[in-house]
Write a protein that binds this ligand. Structure first.
Ligand SMILES: NC(=O)c1ccc[n+]([C@@H]2O[C@H](COP(=O)([O-])OP(=O)(O)OC[C@H]3O[C@@H](n4cnc5c(N)ncnc54)[C@H](O)[C@@H]3O)[C@@H](O)[C@H]2O)c1
Length: 261
């Protein structure tokens, strides 16, 4: 097979959670441009509708569901709707996530800790388990991509803000990815995680209000810049496609070199 054909997703159906903006939107567009029909879900209905228009403009079938990924009833309804409208699910990108409140651990309210774990970690189990069940029942395998972060590996150095609950949740995503990969390899389901460094999206806006934080991140990054949203596109298509057919359980770092130092 010609190498470029390995990246072709024609005839595949993908779900991207948190697909209404930011990295999720870029990944949805990338999968569509590679040939997949794409269903996105998010809390943001306006953004979700706009992305559906962008996906259909690329000649693909697209679907948006207003879903809170911490609500298992809403997830199940969405998955059933996607299968009814698009026929099946081949690819899941567990991307939805939130940033932290910036508090030190000793000041972190218990409820805020629970919300972080539920949104950034448990949601990937809730959605992943249900999509894997569909893939196992279909018997044709599939691909799951979980959005981790370099904070799966290192604690953010963003004083005067703090970010430990986020880092703990993302470390959990890395280990969940390995666990899913091990449990579901017998069914032909590959599971990998992406670990970006600082990308210019709404999520990093709070830290960008502190010039000293951003200057420190640039100083600690050999490439001396942040990532642009679009730079996620190639990696998600690689991981979603046959091009990465022998990869599972990996945490792929994409950070301009931040974690080198
Ligand atoms: N931007 C970065 O620097 C960076 C770095 C590493 C990892 N990440 C991760 O990438 C993913 C995307 O982040 P982003 O930077 O595009 O941020 P973003 O805030 O632009 O996008 C996150 C999306 O998830 C949605 N979302 C949040 N909670 C949800 C919920 N409970 N149910 C449904 N949807 C929900 C939001 O509405 C939003 O559309 C996140 O998991 C984030 O932690 C981002």
């Amino acid at each position: 097979m010609n190498v470029l054909e390995l990246f072709d997703l024609t005839g595949q159906v993908a779900i991207v959670t948190g697909g209404a903006r930011g990295l999720g939107r870029q990944m949805a567009l990338a999968l569509a441009e590679a040939g997949a029909d794409v269903a996105i879900c998010d809390l943001l209905e306006e953004g979700g509708s706009r992305v559906v228009t962008e996906l259909t403009e690329r000649g693909r079938r697209a679907f948006f569901g207003r879903v809170d990924v911490t609500r298992t009833d809403e997830i199940e309804t969405f998955i059933n709707q996607v299968v009814a409208q698009l026929g099946k699910i081949d690819i899941l990108v567990n991307n939805a996530g939130m940033s932290s409140d910036g508090l030190a651990l000793d000041e972190e309210p218990d409820d805020a800790w629970r919300k972080m774990m539920d949104t950034n970690l448990s949601s990937m189990f809730y959605v992943g388990k249900r999509v894997a069940r569909h893939m196992i029942d279909r018997g044709e395998g599939g691909v799951i991509i979980n959005m981790a972060s370099i904070n799966a590996l290192v604690i953010s150095n963003i004083a005067p803000r703090h970010n430990v609950p986020y880092c703990v949740a993302k470390a959990g995503v890395a280990q969940l990815t390995r666990g899913m990969a091990a449990d579901w390899a017998p069914y032909g389901i590959r599971v990998n995680a992406i670990a970006p460094g600082t990308m210019l999206t709404a999520q990093t806006a709070a830290s960008r209000n502190y010039p000293e934080i951003m200057e420190r991140i640039i100083a600690n990054t050999p490439m001396k810049r942040y990532g642009e949203e679009e730079e996620i596109k190639g990696l998600v298509v690689y991981l979603a496609s046959h091009a990465s057919s022998f990869m599972t359980g990996s945490l792929v770092v994409m950070d301009g070199g931040t974690t080198i130092w």
